[in-house]
Design a protein around this ligand. Structure first.
Ligand SMILES: O=P(O)(O)OC[C@H]1O[C@H](O[C@H]2O[C@H](CO)[C@@H](O)[C@H](O)[C@H]2O)[C@H](O)[C@@H](O)[C@@H]1O
Ligand SMILES: O=c1ccn([C@@H]2O[C@H](COP(=O)(O)OP(=O)(O)O)[C@@H](O)[C@H]2O)c(=O)[nH]1
Length: 455
């Protein structure tokens, strides 16, 4: 069996720190099965110095090859082109894109640097699987220095419609970068269709049927491979977590109120202020519910070095403060806002305690929180998921109450509907979602992608 090489900007701390998420678990299993390497950024800056040699280390049966990046690299490649151009563009926020040629050049330079560092580690029959928008040009850089191995790419974030994507000044180089892969995977058919129609619009190729696309005369496999979670393990984690002291203490602190939970990185794509406004609308329109619900919003800080994110932090805190100030009482705070990461084991228990899960991004590639919330429920007495129709997860979780997150009143009405939904309907909505998550879990995602890449 050929070895697997996974490349991603962010590499989980397998064997160190808290338990890794589902993606790390699945890739770890695939890497252990075949033997392999996980390459990426070490998470550290070498400051103004050039990065030293790769840190190569065996952990939990996997070889990690991690590279530091200089302050300039991180500013131009990570905070700059990846997170101030590609991320807002792919999430339909053209108003937030901040394109600079210097950052674009830094992005391609870091991709070349990763390719050159990876090159000596590659054996002829290795399979290479590259993840996410930070590393689109990696395959073309590897091909340029003579690497002929099978290479696949998975895009974790949305692929926008051509009208949006073609505003990117270097769209040709980005599309050209993708065509150097043998397989290109997207989260949903909608993303894959957007990509194909962009090729067609530009007259450089398109969908040629049977799971194949063509661009610049090169054929490659492309399509939707929706990412899953480790469903059974997560359900078990939630069952155990509700018995732990931390989750019991939290549940007691609710004093019989119904819990509404939101868990999102602090990111403008997650629709946090709109969600808080929706909850306020719900409380205004349903005074009988005041004092009988608590919304817990868990929002760890993210990408603080990127300008738009610092402003977000203020906006979300202000929104939560405004609602608490306007509607709170001496003995009741409508929203509890936690601005740091919570261990996933505790989260699993909180999801199970909650009556309603609020997942209302303005745009999201998939949104694993939506899937985790469903998997964590008690099948006999499940909570209800309120889900944005603009999250990739909405293509699969049709038992959720689907909402348009831009319609604040609709979000408020969805909260009311979720809180008063009869048990029978909750069960009827939950069962098919759980079946879908069990049948399409993270191991299936991994093996589906790798079998197309291998064949
Ligand atoms: O590495 P960071 O800059 O700290 O950001 C964290 C990750 O955010 C994004 O996650 C996406 O992937 C999820 C799994 O497929 C998907 O459910 C979600 O919708 C996406 O937003 C990003 O794509 C990752 O590369 C980042 O590491
Ligand atoms: O305090 C937190 C917040 C989030 N997460 C995890 O972070 C992931 C977030 O993934 P998602 O696809 O929802 O969004 P992303 O942040 O990747 O855009 C999920 O597995 C969450 O369980 C966590 O462990 N602790």
């Amino acid at each position: 069996m050929s070895r697997l090489i996974v490349v991603s900007n962010r590499v989980p701390d397998i064997g160190k720190g808290p338990p890794p998420g589902g993606l790390a678990v699945a890739l770890k299993a695939a890497l252990e099965q075949r033997g392999g390497i996980w390459m990426g950024w070490s998470g550290k800056s070498s400051g103004s110095q050039e990065p030293g040699p790769l840190h190569v280390e065996d952990r939990g049966g996997i070889t990690f090859a991690l590279s530091d990046l200089s302050r300039r690299d991180l500013s131009e490649y990570y905070a700059g082109f990846a997170n101030s151009v590609l991320w807002p563009l792919c999430h339909y926020r053209l108003d937030l894109t901040d394109y600079a040629r210097k950052d674009m050049a830094g992005y391609f330079r870091v991709n070349r640097f990763f390719a050159e560092r990876l090159r000596p580690l590659i054996r002829p029959d290795d399979i290479i699987w590259v993840h996410d928008y930070h590393l689109i040009p990696l395959a073309s850089e590897l091909r340029r220095i003579g690497v002929e191995n099978r290479m696949g790419f998975f895009m974790h974030i949305p692929w926008p419609s051509p009208d949006v994507f073609l505003t990117l000044p270097v769209h040709e180089a980005i599309i050209g970068g993708l065509t150097a892969y043998d397989v290109v995977g997207f989260q949903t058919t909608h993303d894959a269709d957007n990509f194909a129609s962009g090729l067609k619009r530009e007259g450089i190729g398109g969908d040629v049927g049977g799971g194949w696309m063509e661009a610049y005369g090169r054929r490659f496999r492309a399509g939707a491979f929706p990412i899953g979670i480790a469903t059974r393990d997560f359900a078990e984690l939630a069952r155990q977590a509700v018995r732990t002291a931390a989750v019991r203490r939290f549940a007691d602190s609710l004093e019989g109120r119904d819990l509404i939970i939101g868990v999102d990185r602090l990111d403008y794509s997650k629709g946090l202020t709109q969600r808080i406004d929706g909850y306020e609308k719900f409380l205004e329109a349903n005074p009988a519910w005041r004092g009988r619900t608590t919304m817990l919003q868990v929002t760890p800080k993210s990408r603080t070095e990127v300008p738009g994110y610092a402003a977000m932090q203020r906006e979300v805190a202000e929104s939560a403060g405004r609602v608490n100030g306007a509607l709170g009482r001496l003995d009741w705070v409508p929203i509890r806002y936690v601005n740091r990461a919570i261990d996933q084991k505790v989260l699993a228990g909180l999801y199970r305690v909650a009556r309603v899960g609020m997942v209302t991004p303005l745009r999201d590639g998939m949104n694993l929180v939506a899937k985790e919330f469903v998997a964590a429920q008690d099948p006999e007495d499940p909570g209800v998921l309120v889900l944005s129709r603009f999250a990739g997860a909405a293509q699969e979780l049709d038992g959720a109450i689907l909402v348009n997150p831009y319609d604040i009143e609709a979000v408020g009405n969805a909260v009311a509907k979720a809180l008063s939904m009869p048990l029978e309907e909750r069960r009827a909505r939950f069962a098919p979602m759980m079946k879908q998550l069990e049948e399409h879990d993270i191991s299936r995602w991994c093996s589906d992608f790798l079998s197309v890449l291998r064949d």
